[in-house]
Design a protein around this ligand. Sequence first.
Ligand SMILES: [Ca+2]
Length: 472
Amino acid sequence: MRGDQFTRRGAIGAAGAATLAATVPGVAHTPGRKPNFLFIMADDLGYADLSCYGRREYETPVLDGLAAQGMKFTHGYANSAVCSATRVGLITGRYQYRLRVGLEEPLGNRDLGLDPLHPTMPSLLRDAGYHTGLVGKWHLGWLPNYGPQLSGYDDFWGIRGGGVDYFTHKVGGQHDLWDGDTPVEEVGYMTDLMADRAIEYLDERATQGKPWLLSLHFTAAHWPWQANNAKGRAESERLDSGGNTIEGHLDIYHFDGGDMETYAGMVTSLDMNVGRVLARLAELGMEQDTVVVFTSDNGGERFSDNWPFTGIKTELLEGGMRVPFIVKWPGLTLPGTETDVPALSMDFLPTFLAAANTAPHPDYPSDGVDLRPVLAGGTLPERALFWRFWAKDQKAARRGRYKYLSIDGEEYLFDVVADPLERGNLKYREAEIFADLKGQFDAWNAGMLSDPDASSYRFTPKELADHFGWDS
Ligand SMILES: [Ca+2]
């Protein structure tokens, strides 16, 4: 089964796809109406953490079903290998290295955040007549200077930081759950509560005529390692009473817990709750007017399946940044299609804006592209994509099937189509391609910000046994 993942399936030309899309019954959205966008982002979900991407230990029927109704990208990437940096790229539609806050890997400094003056996906859609809501994780700066409602969202319900306990909704002993600018306390499992609020948001939209954007940014399957059961609640109580398990780190960042059963519970809860939200969307009669996206903010963490890649979150090996990437677009994507065209988090802004008959602010052009030609069954002109990660001085560039990678000055060239594990270094065999991609990286990087004082996280041998040698 897994060996099939990198073969082309159902390849059809753009013209053929457009013709087919127009004739598939029940998929055309209301004529003249701008589409709604339900953008669902998981946290730290690895490439193969859904059954439809290869996970074997549990099933994700809802998200598999979403892929079966839309297009599954096999070369979908996050803008970064950590949370907040990708979220800067996503919301601005630009390489996050253009903004100082985007250099934080991830954001922990409370003095930094997303400048409210910067145009964003929600602010630009709001200007185009949309109602905009964020349910879930923000992680782009704290009050009073930064926040979702200062950056284009009409509504916000969720957490401002990088993660909370699933039951207490606390981190470091402090509650982090908000309804707008008001701290709130709720009883329940975080993933359930976020779906509850998303359903309320949809109910509210159904009574209005406006198109809408709902960014539904779950914290699952980010640590702490707690499924919605008695074992998860016991772990929550242990962390709440025990303090930090590693000195200097957050209490919920525990390396003395978690297992496969727990991780399965966290992801299947996510799947079930996405199902609740999609069911309400259909009940409200908005399904055919709504584009649904599901993706992750970075590659998988400790208990993820990132196969067939090496590397995890914080690393620019494919496993650190290749993610599930599913788009269901009634009237545009044919059900059950798949593409190997590379795409990145920052592509969603130009894609959504184009579909809403608007465009990025001329002073802040997007570094991404409109993905609709791909979603219609076609392709895009080949382009180079770039990543940087300050820890271990990591650099990467992808163009076509090739990837330039540099880690602490060690340089590689991989054919990531034939060799997704990144084992065969073609640096000398394909010296011209290597030199060209390295040159393109350097030229791109010269236009980006850098700051040696930015924080950049990586796993150490003290934390992960399989990372022995990383301090040498
Ligand atoms: Ca994350």
